[in-house]
Structures are given as C-alpha cells and as structure tokens.
Ligand binder design. Structure first.
Ligand code: HEM
Ligand code: HEM
Length: 187
C-alpha cells in the first residue's frame, strides 16, 4: 500500500515478471558462448514468463491489460511527436509508445526463444529435437543465424526501452524504475 498521494499501478506479478525477465535475459547473454545448458534453461524461463504475460495481459488487473496500453499506430506516432516538444501527456499506466515497445519486446523475445529451441533441436538437443525430421540437422546453421539475429534485435529494443524509461522519467519528473520496483506512482 502506498501513501495517500500514491496509487498502485504495477501489481506484484507484473513486477516479479519484469525483474525475473531482466535477470533471465542477462543470463542468456552471459551464457551464449560456453554454457548451453544454463543458456537453454534461462531461455525456457523467459518462454514461461512470456506465456504468463500473454495470459496476464488478458485477465490481469487494469494496468496489466493489453486493452489498457496497446494503442493504434497513429496514437503512438502522435505521442512520440508530443515527446519531441516535451508536451507529452503523463500516463498512469504505460504510455502509447511504451505500450508499442512492450508488444515489440514480447514478440521479439518469443521469436528469439523459439528460434533458439529450433537451433538447439537441430543439434539433437532440447524438446524440439524429437519432433524435427531426422535430416533437420542439415542447415542448422540457418536457425542459429536466425536466433542470433533476433537475440541482437531484442537487445537493440532493450537499449531503446531503457533509454525511453530514462527519458520519460526526466520529462515527467518521476522515477519509473522505482515504480517498477515498488508498484506505486504519484497520483
Ligand atoms: C535494467 C534495465 C531495465 C530497466 C531499468 C527497465 C525498466 C522498466 C520500467 C520502468 C518499465 C515500466 C515502464 C512504464 O512505466 O510504462 C518497464 C516495463 C517493461 N520492461 Fe523493462 N527495464 C529494463 C530491462 C528490461 C529488459 C531486459 C526487458 C526484456 C528483455 C524488459 C522488458 C519490459 C517489459 C516487457 C515491460 C512491460 C512490463 C509489463 O507491463 O508487463 N525490460 N521496464
Ligand atoms: C530470449 C532468450 C534468448 C536469448 C537472448 C538468446 C541469445 C543467444 C545468443 C546471443 C546466442 C549467440 C549467437 C551466436 O553468436 O551464434 C545464442 C546462441 C544459441 N542459443 Fe540462445 N538465446 C535465447 C534463448 C535460447 C533458447 C530457449 C534456446 C534453446 C532451448 C537457445 C539455444 C541456443 C543455441 C543452440 C545457440 C547456438 C550456440 C552455438 O553457438 O553453438 N537460446 N543465443
């Protein structure tokens, strides 16, 4: 519970989701070279978190719902224009640009984990290995390349995401990182 002037925005599961995701994402990057077992486990954890978040976006509390923060492209562009003149309106939940970034992050992470499982399956490892045709190892490099591309793309999104969080925090004179930890924002 926040103080009287504070309102609860991010429920405990959204916060747990976020910081577990950050930790697991960090682990996938640290382990990508030499620790494939740990790498795959951290990746499966991310896949599980994504499934949870998709579900929570449908049935979770108000600010966790997709209907609260997924906006049309024209609204997103309009918001970004307002940001350039520092006139962007403050949102209690995710702003339109933040909402678009969340959709991009979730999709990119989903593709990254799936292509990772394909690359792993192609070398006879992981749950997909038994489902792939036996000649699938041929061309497995291709899945690795695809996986690498999306891992890098996700990283690029994360850099823009964190940049956006810092910028928004400055524009609206509030600490959004703290909000993602405590769950509350100034009313
Ligand atoms: C240390 C680095 C990071 C910081 C400081 C940070 C901070 C934040 C903050 C403050 C929000 C809420 C934005 C808002 O107020 O609208 C948020 C949301 C989000 N962030 Fe991050 N983030 C970080 C890293 C990451 C990474 C690495 C990922 C994914 C790989 C990620 C994915 C997300 C997602 C999916 C949301 C939406 C949360 C939800 O509603 O479920 N973040 N982040
Ligand atoms: C969001 C989650 C993930 C991220 C960010 C990620 C990131 C990466 C990165 C950066 C590489 C190095 C690419 C290269 O230089 O070739 C890599 C390689 C790989 N990853 Fe992932 N990964 C994720 C999930 C997974 C999952 C779920 C699996 C399988 C279960 C997986 C399996 C692999 C395999 C087999 C390789 C190739 C390793 C090699 O070079 O031999 N990854 N991953």
């Amino acid at each position: 519970m926040g103080k009287q002037s504070e309102i609860n925005v991010w429920d405990p599961l959204v916060r747990l989701f976020h910081w577990t995701l950050v930790g697991a994402f960090l682990i996938t990057w640290v382990t990508e070279d030499d620790w494939m077992t740990l790498h795959s486990y951290a990746g499966y954890l991310i896949a599980g978190l994504l499934l949870f978040r998709l579900f929570w976006g449908l049935i979770g509390p108000r600010y966790a719902r997709f209907t609260d923060f997924v906006k049309t492209p024209s609204k997103v562009i309009g918001y970004l224009k307002d940001l350039t003149t520092l006139k962007a309106k403050r949102y209690i939940g995710h702003n339109p640009a933040g909402g678009a970034m969340i959709v991009a992050l979730l999709l990119s992470l989903l593709i990254t984990t799936f292509t990772g499982m394909l690359a792993y399956g192609a070398v006879g490892m992981g749950p997909l290995s038994d489902m792939l045709p036996s000649n699938f190892g041929y061309g497995s490099e291709w899945f690795e390349e695809l996986h690498e591309f999306f891992a890098n793309f996700t990283l690029l999104l994360v850099v823009v995401h964190v940049g956006g969080v810092i910028f928004e925090s400055l524009v609206h004179k509030e600490n959004l990182v703290r909000s993602m930890l405590t769950g509350t924002k100034r009313a």
